[in-house]
Structures are given as structure tokens and as C-alpha cells.
Design a protein around this ligand. Sequence first.
Ligand code: KG4
Ligand code: ZN
Length: 341
Amino acid sequence: MRILAIESTCDETGAAVVEDIGKEVRVVSNEIASSSKLQQKYGGVVPEVAAREQIAAIIPVVREAIKGIKTEDIDGVAVASGPGLLGSLLIGVETAKSLAWAWKKPLIGVNHMHGHVLANWIVENEEDETPLLPAVALVVSGGHTELILIKTMEEWVYLGGTRDDAAGECFDKTARIIGLGYPGGPMIAKVAEEWRGRGRTKTIKLPRPMIHEEGYDMSFSGLKAAVAKMAEETKNKDKEWQEEMADEINQAVVDCLMAKTERAAEAYKPKSILAAGGVAANILLRKRLQILGEERRIKVSVPRIEYCTDNAAMIGAAGLLKGREADVFGMLPKPGMAVVD
Ligand code: KG4
Ligand code: ZN
């Protein structure tokens, strides 16, 4: 099967063509336009600005993704139908509906977070392996932070997650407090790596909320508050301070995520641990997961960096799975609604 997938939940506009080779997914094309540079001006995503940019980008991005591909060779259209910003979502969903209707192909609505997880099933070469099940999945993005036990592709069990802010949100907000731009995650990670490289001794210590508590729940709002308080009390907020803070924030967030992931690995003895979502692009988190896997002899799977942050290929991966499960390929679209939503 080969499908067109569209992603427009936030400030990225993505379109991709993907096909399945057994359980695995191959990317034929993957295009993305982002309004994140524009959002930098405001220090975060302004929903109205994001939606307006989606309108401008959607057609050129889809056109680029299907370049050289005959529409009769496309078996369906998948679209991220939530969660996300309403104005942004509408653009992708309406475009996908129209294309499915015009091409007489089934339309498959995909949960954006499901897409993030399914990015782990994308393979680019022979060395890329897909996760073994059961798997413990750490799903970490700008809006979500969850630990899920994936028993089979159909049976997912929520183990725990953040009680307040998401890990990505914590990166974005603390980056703003210490004077680094938007998006905060990549900025903090970059500055932290540089600071580490210089081999300085650390003097700043931030809390690791809920790290020793039972269960798999997490909390990041206390960490954000601690950074805000420290920034208020520090007179000399020079570059050295900013870099050291970035490193400590990076370490603290990753420590919290790792503690609960490790606990889940210990309790459920999965065949693999996987990470998904924008924060899974974090180099420190990827290293620590790798170490955990080696220590416990559990396979670790993380998507390539470009499939961690928002993209349409992952929506295609989830759309293929969902479409196959519901047996919709070959069906005609129903007017105005998804065959699977
Ligand atoms: O999955 P994603 O692209 O969008 C959502 O679904 O939210 O995730 C975006 C989040 C942002 O909060 C961003 O700061 C964070 O992922 N992020 C990172 C890194 N790259 C993106 N956080 C830490 N380290 C990174 N390298
Ligand atoms: Zn996302």
C-alpha cells in the first residue's frame, strides 16, 4: 500500500508519501515547511499565525510530496486529525478530505501521538530495525509526556505521565526564562553540549520532581518554577550562567524521564524500549536510553532525528497500520467524513 499523509497540528506543515513493506514503512517522499522561524519573534507558537502559515504552505508542500507520483498509484490519504491547534488542524484535514474525495480514495484520520510512536517503524536502510513487542514507549513532545506499554500493535496500556507540564513545554518555557530563544528544547540541548565540552564544574543544582515517587507519573512545573526563582535571585545572569543553567535543565529533565522509564523496564521486562516525539531528538536522552538498553540487554529504538519532531511520514506510518487494520484500502471515501477517523 502507498498513501499520502498530511500533518498540520501545530507550526509545521508536512506532506509525505509512504509505503509498507510488511510491518515496516518506507518513506518515498517527506516534505516539510515550518513557521517556527516566524514564531521565534513571539517567543512561542501564536495559534492564529500558525494557522495562517498553514494555508500558505499546504498546497506547495503536498505538490512537492507527490511530484512524479501518479495519483492512481496512491491507495489512500491519511491526516493527523488531533490533538493540535484547531486552526492549524482544519487546514490539513480539509485538504486531505478534498484530495481523498477528488481521487476517490479512503481517508484515514490519525492521532498525532500515535504517529509519533509509529515513527519507530520507519526504515531507511537494512540496518534499521523496528521495535520488538512488548515495548515500553516513552512519548515526549511539546504537549505530551507519557509512558505506555505496547503489548501488541492493538493493545496499548497507559502506565503514567506528567501531571502538569510536558517535558518539551518545560524545555521551551525554561529556555525563555534564561534568555534562550524558541524552540527551547534544541537550544538548551545545543548550549548544554557546548558547556559540557568545556569541562567546567557545576555549581547550580535544580530539583528532580517526583523522581523517587512510586509509579510512573512525572511533574515538570516545579522545575520550571525553580528555574524562574533562580533567575530572579541571580544578579549576574551572564553567558556562563546561562550555559550552566541550560546544562542543568537538560540533565534534570532527562534524569526525570529516565528514572520512570527505567522503573517501567524493570517492572515489565519489555523486549524493547522506544522513544518518540520531539524531545526524543535530545542527544543526552538518546545516549542515556542506549546505556540503559546495554545494561539491561533490551533493544532500544529511537526514530531518526527528522522523524522525532513533527513530520508527515510518521502520520503515514500510523495511517498505513490503521488502514490495514480497518481494511479500508480499496474503499471509496464517504462524502465529508473519514472512512476511519
Ligand atoms: O513532537 P514535537 O515536534 O511537537 C509536538 O507534538 O509537540 O515536539 C516539539 C517539542 C518542543 O517542546 C521542543 O522544544 C522539543 O520537542 N524538542 C527538543 C529537542 N528538539 C525538539 N527537546 C529537547 N531536545 C531536543 N533536541
Ligand atoms: Zn508532535
